[in-house]
Design a protein around this ligand. Sequence first.
Ligand code: ZN
Length: 279
Amino acid sequence: MLQKTIFEDIKLEGIGIHSGEVSKIALHPEPENTGIRFLVEGEYIPANYRYVLGTDHAILLGKGGKKVSTVEHLLAVLYMLSIDNLTIEFLRGYEVPIFDGSGYYFYKLLKDKAYSLSDEAKVLEIKEIFEVKNCKGYIKAEPAEGFCALYKGYVRGILEESLVQYCGNAKEVVFARTFCYEEEVEYLLQNGLAKGGSLKNAVVIGKGYVLNPEGMRSKDEPIRHKLLDLIGDLSLLGYRLKGRIFSYLGGHALNYQFVKSLAESSLSTTSKSSFVSTP
Ligand code: ZN
């Protein structure tokens, strides 16, 4: 598999779900081995776990006093489209626009824009079982022929434990919008989050019902969104993955812990296990 970028500049604009402010972004093609990176006020911030500053309801990256947030939905779509090299320049703001709360807008915009470069993609192959846990759940990686990400979770009062998976069909996950429980809204606002949140860009779940008049896009939409978040967060490895990644009740914090631990155990030169291959 060859590395990819996009063949033309793309501009987009919209509000950030947490800041509530308008962001303007330009996506620029980049050559081989640049990786995915953000450009904010003259500072390049790689889309890499090393620059993660926060995982509270979104991924916050920072470097040199500059920051970018809510990067995960765009990163998930780039990963699913195998786009490895790109600069995401902020012309205004620091938060990736939320649009409808899903990855659909990015997917629609980018799906026909990728093209192959001449170098092979960097692949991190899972060669043995690797697992991280927290008090709620766990993420487990296992060897597999290609890349598959699975998520198992539930939606309180709406959906019992369900399993969803991505094994190459982006359409099964890009439509799924971000969500929160009605009782969380007050907490989010008090903590300076979700200032741009509304029923137009998030599913809000009450006690056994959905507040959005249009309902959900699928009965397991929130679980599929958790899978979208997982894929975006996994992309912070900076490698395409070869393996099966299963998350039980993971969120941004556990995803980050998983990526960091996996990278530290497999990418370090002193490690005995050599996960990395560049076919
Ligand atoms: Zn999300």
